[in-house]
Design a binder for this molecule. Structure first.
Ligand code: A3P
Length: 338
């Protein structure tokens, strides 16, 4: 990484094999990939080098594109509409591959799905495993990612950050997990592969039943047929609603001293401990991870200039190669004038 890319006031320093590249938000790089503090070098490398088996199912997204929602939907499909007993079980049984490391796959409940935010070129790939890739329009994504970085997870040390600052980082592809456009295009270029199912946040919002049935079909093992019996589809739909999911997260806090936490989750809890002015700390709460869950909430935050800038980038990068995605977003009102 060139010093000019890091910012005039920051000298890159290496801790182990990761490099500090930004203090506000706090970002590191491991093997040229930008991540927040909790990601360890060995766990990350182990994740990238993992060799998928035919029963592995991955839910992959760029951050803030509906990962948690899809994790819940898949869990409910696999488990007769019953959610995990508690949030800790949820984090273990729908694990985050590059945060916890590849051991999480051996430790999770099966069948189940593993979360990842890796772009296609970093993702452990096998034609025999299954991948669900979720896409959300970048206008809503950048807004959601701003709240995530500035207000939900204190470990970013960006509580005083403005949306304008974050928007600039997003446009330059300098947030954690890299550039939105590279990420989405890297996966869309694989759309001929039968073992990758593309799903769109806006479609799930508009026609949840249809999208859940398609997921069931993709996951196989008669899950689509099962969804159509004994009210399972309705159960999945209701229990994956933002209202129910928020309710389930309300009282959960992740405590770094819990001895049952895998190391990646402990690092995550430690990095995001809430520190008060008096020096006391409290455990990370999860309920604010789910915010509005709306389509076109960007209208409340993007300025006309930001909107024009983002639309120009969408036009330049996505439209020539994936015009069908532009058409989909158009139908969902993403290009309605401000
Ligand atoms: P907002 O911040 O726009 O509300 P991820 O899980 O990839 O981090 O994505 C988080 C986004 O998905 C948040 O968006 C969150 O509210 C939304 N989300 C999570 N669960 C949802 C649900 N059941 N229905 C609709 N949106 C949901």
């Amino acid at each position: 990484m060139a010093a000019s890319q890091i910012g005039a006031c920051l000298t890159p320093s290496s801790e182990g094999q990761r490099t500090l590249v930004s203090k506000r938000p706090l970002y590191y790089e491991i093997d040229g990939f930008r991540l927040s503090e909790p990601f360890g070098v060995d766990r990350f490398r182990g994740a990238v080098q993992y060799k998928p088996t035919p029963d592995d199912v991955f839910i992959v997204t760029y951050p803030k594109c509906g990962t948690t929602w899809l994790q819940e939907i898949c869990y409910l499909i696999y488990n007769d509409g019953n959610p995990p007993e508690n949030q800790l079980k949820r984090l273990i049984d729908t694990p985050f591959l590059e945060m916890i490391g590849p051991e999480c796959i051996a430790q999770m409940k099966k069948p189940g799905a593993v979360k990842s935010h890796l772009p296609f070129d970093r993702m452990p790939y096998s034609p025999h495993a299954k991948y669900i890739y979720a896409i959300r329009n970048p206008k809503d994504c950048v807004v959601s990612f701003f709240y995530h970085t500035s207000q939900v997870y204190p470990g970013y040390q960006f509580a005083d950050g403005t949306f304008a600052e974050f928007f600039d980082l997003f446009m330059k592809g300098q947030t954690d997990f890299g550039d939105y456009f590279d990420h989405v295009c890297s996966w869309l270029r694989q759309r001929g592969r039968e073992n990758i199912h593309f799903i769109y946040f806006e479609d799930v919002k508009k026609k949840g039943s249809e999208e859940i049935l398609k997921l069931g079909r993709f996951l196989g093992n008669d899950l689509e047929a099962k969804l159509k019996t004994q009210g399972l589809l309705e159960k999945v739909l209701e229990r994956s609603s933002i209202k129910t999911m928020k309710e389930g997260l309300k009282d959960f806090a992740l405590n770094k001293d819990d001895p049952s936490l895998p190391e990646g989750l402990r690092a995550f809890a430690e990095s995001n401990e809430v520190k008060t002015a008096s020096g006391s700390t409290s455990a990370l709460k999860f309920d604010s991870h789910l915010r509005k869950g709306a389509v076109n909430d960007w209208r409340n935050l993007l300025t006309p200039e930001m909107n024009a800038c983002l639309e120009a980038k969408i036009k330049r990068i996505i439209e020539p190669e994936f015009p069908e995605l532009i058409e989909k977003w158009r139908q969902h009102g993403v290009f309605e004038p401000l």
